[in-house]
Ligand binder design. Sequence first.
Ligand code: ZN
Length: 138
Amino acid sequence: MSNGLVYVLPSLDGKILLPRQSHLGTFVGPQNQPTDIWPIKILCSENGRLYERSHDMIRREVYPMPDPSQRQVRPWMIAFRCAHIGCGNPYTIFAIEYADDEGERHLRAALSKAALGLCSGHATEVDQDTVEMWWLPY
Ligand SMILES: [Zn+2]
């Protein structure tokens, strides 16, 4: 595994290698250019909770580059709407998981519990028909 000078974000139990270009922004070269999607909410699939990260927590450092021959952990983007009657609020959250079918299953299992507190005045009900999730390539 080789190291590269990349942009990383602290997670609950380590660091997240940010994609060079994605909905999160452009993280390449001496400048990072986050989009206005920040601060972001990140789903921890271990404990089914959301935690928040802001763009000023991004650091540029030497970090191991993903080995394409290994199972990869990548940032995921998850979009859905609340199914509570009269709500329908759209949400976009992120997660750190394996970039494969098993990772997606973990995230789907954790999503409903983690999303409970997103709406104000009622418990958020994830509308499963609206759930879209995809992982962000480096
Ligand atoms: Zn709602």
